[in-house]
Design a protein around this ligand. Structure first.
Ligand SMILES: [Cu+2]
Length: 102
């Protein structure tokens, strides 16, 4: 009977460690870098070909919503940008143009 409580606390410890790691991977603000592929009219959602975003996701091309449509006003396909993203919401919080596309 003494073995069970000990096993349970070990299991609980392992589980909480796993849960904590998963939560860390899915929340927080991360910095990304990429090329604008498209700007969605109206919402301003950005399709970006981005490099690795360490701790959040691998390099890929995908669409992200933006916190405010004005964040992507003036952006065009081909522009190279730095951006900040809220990982939990998959939402871009800030955009800086590094180089204009042509
Ligand atoms: Cu992505």
């Amino acid at each position: 009977m003494r073995i069970w409580p000990a096993s349970w606390s070990l299991a609980a410890l392992l589980l909480s460690g796993v849960a904590l790691e998963a939560e860390e991977a899915a929340s927080g603000v991360f910095a990304g870098h990429g090329i604008v592929i498209a700007v969605q009219p109206g919402t301003g959602a950005l399709t970006i070909r981005h490099g690795d975003i360490k701790g959040f996701m691998d390099a890929m091309e995908m669409m992200y919503k933006v916190k405010r449509p004005d964040l992507s006003a003036g952006l065009r396909a081909g522009d190279e940008i730095d951006f900040e993203i809220d990982a939990a919401k998959y939402e871009i919080l800030d955009v800086t143009v590094v180089r204009r596309g042509r």
